[in-house]
Design a protein around this ligand. Sequence first.
Ligand SMILES: [Zn+2]
Length: 423
Amino acid sequence: MKLYRAVKVRLYPNREERALLDQTFGCCRFIYNKMLEERIKVYKELKDDKETLYAHTYQTEREYKGQFPFLKEVDAKALQCEWRHLKSAYDGFFRNIKKGIKKGSPRFKSKRSKQSYTTFNINNNCKLDFRKKRLKLPKIKTWIRYRDNRMFHEEIHHITVSKNRSGTYFASILIETEHTLLPKQVIREETIIGFDMSVSKFLIAKEIELSSPRWYRTEEGKLKKLHRALSRKKKGSSNRNKVRVKLARLYEKIGNRKLDWVHKLTFCMSQHFEGIILENLNIKGMQQFNSGVSKSVTLDFSWNQFINILKYKMEDRGGYLVLIDRYFPSSKLCSKCGFKNKDVKLTDRVWTCPKCSAHHDRDINASINIKKEGLKCLKNNHIKIINNNAAAGTAVDAFGEDVRLMLYQPSSMNYESPPIREG
Ligand SMILES: [Zn+2]
């Protein structure tokens, strides 16, 4: 099985290299905005004549180059790639329309946001020198220094060069790797775990609780102060720019801390479990549902990012990540007898089953139901689940003290639960 893997490294370009990279960002932004402008204009003129609209041919990147010769100075592949970016932006927009969401129409690229361009490795014009730690990009004559210790032998597919809002440069190098490990066909039940997601505690199972630090909340004061300072500075002044960079750095720092934690946690989880079962959350729905919940979910945690990272880490070891349908009534079912108690409210932390009178903790009961549902799903996919009671201990026991410490790092963070407003 072929897989793409991205390796992101920080670049340290010198002054000339920075100028060249910035020029490429600028040209890519320019051609993207021109193409978008053309599409908007054509749409306005022809929107009542669908046939002509669909048959319309837009200017190619070559024609743009003829019109604006300065575009010829930069990497041609990067310019061509902008067409793909615009197309995928439109594809996303049309997908939204089909779903009935009037949102996500492609927007013009701004000089002030994150800058990036993508170039393809053709005839080996993108090269890495692991020994001297430097990267060769097309159209840039010198080799750019980078800092990273990873090495790989796979061929480079494409590279996305970016510069974030605080002025740091990165290269995300995409490589194609061969995945030789097949998914496990037989897994032991004790290495399968189901988690219920709760806003206050993050992930809860019968055996273990994993909490997440509240990154934004701990920096809230600093963020507020900088935002206030920024609004006081005169627009376009160099003082304003200084504060802007400071603020961008703080956001990046929080983001990096978060990503680091997600990698450590998902690594640990993939090491200890062969099957992980979670609910497929709909963050948008949660936002509408409860604004108090959404603040901590969207700001303090990127669920999609967590799922994507956990998924590939599980697959790397031949394990499974099962996502249960979000309409599965995990918190309303009795995990003992299967009775569906419609009277369980969001505020009920504990409840008693009216049928078998079992006493339930809301989250733990939900996690048991989630695990059961996940086991069903695995069996339906012809994965054999063995229940080997003779095996000493469970995967959770393998979460020794040291591992647990790592999961809860950094310990200086506060773990207090956010205020939950019930809608
Ligand atoms: Zn019951």
